[in-house]
Design a protein around this ligand. Structure first.
Ligand code: GUN
Length: 284
């Protein structure tokens, strides 16, 4: 069994981004800029945003977080995003999800200029990703693909089961895998028999937020397991969606939580923001 070390791969990616930032500053006098919108006071969301800001600082980006109260009106958020769309110093715009219930998330995401949509959530980028055209791709699935590349895990013809069908993880993950010629099954909360699918999979990718959902008897010997889950347990510790202790011995590769997919999500946000700034540099 080999651990897929997201922490060290993330550091490697971030160090490459940092070098590219230097080049962009020297050659074009451009500092990549990321604007984050966060609404309400969900502690987990605030923790994620702090990590993103810290990572931006470490690679030499300009970053700004717009913190808004839970009660803010939708049109006020839209106005701020439109200002960011028009700000030439901002190359990436990220709206931290989830948003409060009175806000229409799809409406908000569609206001973001697709050329600054570093989260890859705008329908324009989603459509381009599905058709295998160059686009911004959601950071978590992109980070998982980077892990496969780094560990020379060939996806062609592999039976891959994606557990969870969210717009920000499961669906883009499935599209990227399909584009890499894997045979993809997407399971979700209405799936009748999850285990019947995971038992036969060469690769299981899970991100649903249910601790210990994937158990030892649900995977085959030699399986590759990617755990996107991030659950805060009652004792304060972090756990993924996989019963790691029991499942790991059966795996050829497995990602730990923490130190697996989580750091990759942030690294890919930096990669996407850099890409946006570089494209901006080419357009002027
Ligand atoms: N909420 C949970 N994951 C994400 C993410 O990758 N991006 C944003 N914007 N919000 C999230």
């Amino acid at each position: 069994m080999q651990l897929i070390d997201g922490k060290s791969l993330s550091k490697k990616v971030q160090s490459n981004v940092k070098s590219e930032v230097e080049v962009l500053k020297t050659q074009k006098n451009i500092v990549p800029g990321l604007a984050v919108v966060i609404v309400g006071d969900d502690p987990a969301s605030h923790a994620y945003v702090s990590m993103k800001e810290k990572a931006c600082k470490n690679v030499g980006f300009y970053s700004i977080a717009h913190k808004m109260p839970e009660t803010i009106r939708q049109d006020e958020i839209i106005k701020i995003i439109q200002m960011m769309n028009n700000n030439p110093h901002i190359h990436g715009i990220l709206v931290q999800l989830p948003l409060p219930k009175h806000i229409d998330t799809n409406k908000i995401l569609e206001v973001i200029d697709p050329s600054k949509d570093v989260d890859g959530f705008h329908a324009y980028n989603v459509g381009r990703m599905v058709t295998n055209l160059d686009s911004f791709v959601a950071c978590t699935p992109l980070g998982v693909m980077k892990m496969f590349e780094e560990y020379n895990i060939d996806l062609e013809g592999k039976d891959v089961v994606v557990v969870g069908a969210s717009n920000i993880v499961g669906k883009p993950m499935a599209s990227l895998l399909l584009n890499a010629n894997a045979t993809v099954t997407v399971t979700h909360i209405y799936t009748k028999d999850l285990s019947a699918h995971t038992r036969n999979a060469d690769i299981v990718i899970v991100g649903v937020g249910v601790p210990n959902l994937i158990k030892e008897n649900m995977v085959k010997e030699g399986v590759i397991v990617i755990d996107i889950g991030m659950n805060r347990l009652e004792d304060g510790s972090l756990s993924g969606d996989v019963d790691f202790k029991a499942v790991a011995p059966k795996c050829s590769y497995i990602t730990p939580v923490p130190g697996g997919v989580g750091p990759m999500t942030i690294a890919m946000l930096l990669v996407n923001t850099l890409k946006s700034a570089q494209q901006f540099g080419e357009s002027i």
